[in-house]
Design a protein around this ligand. Sequence first.
Ligand SMILES: Cc1ncc(COP(=O)(O)O)c(C=O)c1O
Ligand SMILES: N[C@@H](CCCC[NH3+])C(=O)O
Length: 439
Amino acid sequence: MFLYGTMGVNELGNLEIGGCDTVELTKQFGTPLYVYDIELIRNRARSFLRTFKNLQINGQVAYASKAFSTIAILEIMNEEGLSLDVVSGGELYTALKANFPTEKIHFHGNNKSYPELEMAIDCNIGCIVVDNFYELGLVDEICKRKNKQANILLRVTPGIEAHTHEYILTGQEDSKFGFDLQNGQAKEALQKSLELSTVNVLGVHCHIGSQIFETRGFIIAIEKIYDHLINWKTDLQYEPKILNVGGGFGIRYTDSDHPMEPENYVEAIIHEVSKQVETHNLLMPEIWIEPGRSLVGDAGTTLYTIGSQKEVPDVRHYVSVDGGMSDNIRPALYQAKYEAIIANKVLEATEETVSIAGKACESGDMLIWDIALPKAEAGDVLAVFCTGAYGYSMASNYNRLPRPAVVFVEQGHAKLVVKRETYEDLIKLDLSLQEVVKK
Ligand SMILES: Cc1ncc(COP(=O)(O)O)c(C=O)c1O
Ligand SMILES: N[C@@H](CCCC[NH3+])C(=O)O
């Protein structure tokens, strides 16, 4: 059994997180329930920041809020002194509602709409990470109309393939994101941007992918970017003030994942940038990073109630829970693997190998294949670990299942930070034909 962060086992044999008995949490808040270990999140944030400080490098650590965006988590990230990465008007709206300082927000996305860009420019966002020529045109148009100037980074595609799942790769040449470095698109974008009085080009951004376990990909990306920056200095007299190398730092979901500590990723990045600027006699830029998963991923645990079971003799033993792909799409989408325990039987020996099924009307709604557990009974609480990133944020109402509640636990206190959806919530945007006729 692998317990981490503030997890422990109490005298009842129940799993505790943040000093709270998880079985009690399910009684108080119901299931499925996302539980976040806030101390773990704060420690991660501090490790990233400390590395910059210790190496005396100016930097920003921007939380990639797509991993888990709610008002309360953004308040925590702000308390910890992080910046913020948003990718839509909705994420920006959430940040504004959390009173996140707008000068510390960076806006990403490969197809930002006119209203989204307008919203960002109106709130004097820290920077817009411009992804393509169309967007550059929109930013120029909006700024002209409002007589404003926007800080921008240019997102470049370094053309490397990080070792991760195909759907979460982003830095390869054949990608929908960013200006290609290799074919000259990125240089053309820089040239165009420098000619515009409406934008201030702070620097360059790249993001090579997600759930990455080694530093090689980051180092190669930085090398490739610097190959071009030398040329940009000569030809366009341009040097970036900021180099943003994105996020993607991996976490441990199961025994087969071997992530590095946050410090190790940051040190390797800083080391490579320092080496490049020294070699090519360029200015040391500020270094920005954008971790999402590595800040909140393993801090999240989902608690489910076990219900029905089905034995297919000599084939499989299915154990069903009261959630599934609607609160965690990752196994179905990426064949992602998870570990779990029975939270009310932590100290009991494992007795059987079972597969955990969700309750959605899809054969593919399986959370875990073949896991050894103590004897599972209806009413037991299953705790699935490492569901804090891209769980709630990718949740859906498929089969009209209400989205779970979210609770933060810290030092023995549990705080409800997202209410459980009700059936009433599920229909609140629906209009009956009678109403449509009336209008
Ligand atoms: C531009 C950008 N920055 C940051 C992230 C965060 O990635 P992760 O959650 O893997 O750290 C992503 C997602 O892959 C991204 O697309
Ligand atoms: N949603 C993905 C990662 C994509 C990250 C955003 N570019 C996951 O769950 O792993």
